[in-house]
Ligand binder design. Structure first.
Ligand code: ADE
Length: 319
């Protein structure tokens, strides 16, 4: 964390509507780290209309981050200011003034990433609503106030898919393409509310609905649609492909997709029609939804609105 205190001497335009003073933030611990970024847990004093201290997540850059990563963080800031939906992570403020690190202050999701949560629920696989301990990942000394039980039912899985589809339907209405939709980028908040998160790669779609990626960056190959892999075309339809992989992650409680398949061979396999098989414990109905998301022709894939409707119907039909 000390390394994070390296001063921000860049000239970033401060938005007074969202600017939050760094000295009203108490940094508590590291929640997660990426290659160039870091998410911290903190307490913020009187933020976003809340009186007193609120637990928040703070997104910032590591010391070795470059211009590209700073631009991605600022682009995430700009997009988060525009969005407001119960299934999309909410921005609370930002610290961008000179003399300190750039902080994006976002709502804290108490269960953390959905992938991690699902993996913690594995011991009770297919036995819904039974309490389980967290097994080897449990570190009570550090995560002292982390929820202590992890449970997931078959209904939860459909509810997660429904909530994520609703969040994504909202983003597609906003003409936003996420480009990195995966269980690791969904946060789980209190009451098992899913929040689409990690907007670092998100782009506005202008004119025609295809976004042509300019350059490199990290590439989530196993979540990418064939048209993204071959032609760097990103649309709401390529997000739907990724959503299909995310649904596969949900039913497998956070397994890694295409096990045993090298990323180098994936594109040709997909082009020749190969798709992941139906996982154990996955209904034919749910598998058909996944397969629709993985249609080679993007136009044949359902929209997020249609997907949300399907999951809503499945929830209403269940007992
Ligand atoms: N990890 C990354 N972002 C988070 C957030 N907003 N809440 C909790 N854990 C997180």
């Amino acid at each position: 964390i000390a390394a994070d205190l390296a001063a921000n001497n860049r000239n970033i335009e401060v938005d007074p509507e969202w600017e939050f003073p760094r000295d009203k933030l108490i940094i508590e611990q590291v929640l997660g780290e990426g290659e160039f970024g870091r998410v911290l847990r903190a307490k913020a004093l009187n933020i976003a209309g809340n009186v007193g201290y609120t637990t928040v997540a703070v997104k910032t850059l590591k010391d070795d981050a470059g211009e590209r990563e700073l631009l991605d963080l600022l682009s995430e800031y700009r997009l988060l200011k525009e969005v407001s939906h119960p299934n999309v992570i909410r921005l609370l403020g930002a610290s961008t003034s000179p003399g300190g690190p750039v902080y994006l202050i976002i709502e804290f999701a108490e269960y953390g990433s959905l992938r991690t949560y699902l993996r913690k629920c594995r011991q009770i696989k297919s036995e819904p609503n039974i309490r389980c301990s967290t097994g080897e990942q449990w570190t009570p000394t550090v995560q002292y106030d982390e929820p202590k039980v992890f449970t997931v039912s078959a209904r939860d899985i459909i509810s997660f898919a429904w909530q994520i589809a609703k969040g994504m339907a909202y983003l597609s209405d906003m003409k936003l393409v996420h480009r990195d939709l995966a269980a690791r980028n969904i946060l789980l908040a209190a009451e098992k509310v899913c929040k689409v998160s990690d907007f670092g790669l998100t782009r506005d779609v202008y004119e025609d609905d295809a976004y042509l990626k300019k350059s490199k960056g990290r590439v989530p190959v196993k979540w990418m649609a064939p048209e993204s892999l071959s032609d760097q075309i990103y649309t709401n339809k390529s997000d739907v492909w990724s959503f299909g992989v995310l649904v596969w992650e949900l039913v497998t409680l956070g397994a890694s997709p295409y096990p045993g398949i090298a990323i180098q061979s994936l594109f040709h396999l997909l082009r020749s029609g190969y798709r992941m098989e139906r996982p154990e414990n996955c209904s034919v109905e749910l598998y058909q939804i996944m397969r629709n998301c993985w249609e080679a022709d993007p136009e044949k894939r359902l929209t997020f609105h249609e997907l949300a409707e399907k999951f809503e119907k499945m929830l209403s039909e269940e007992v």
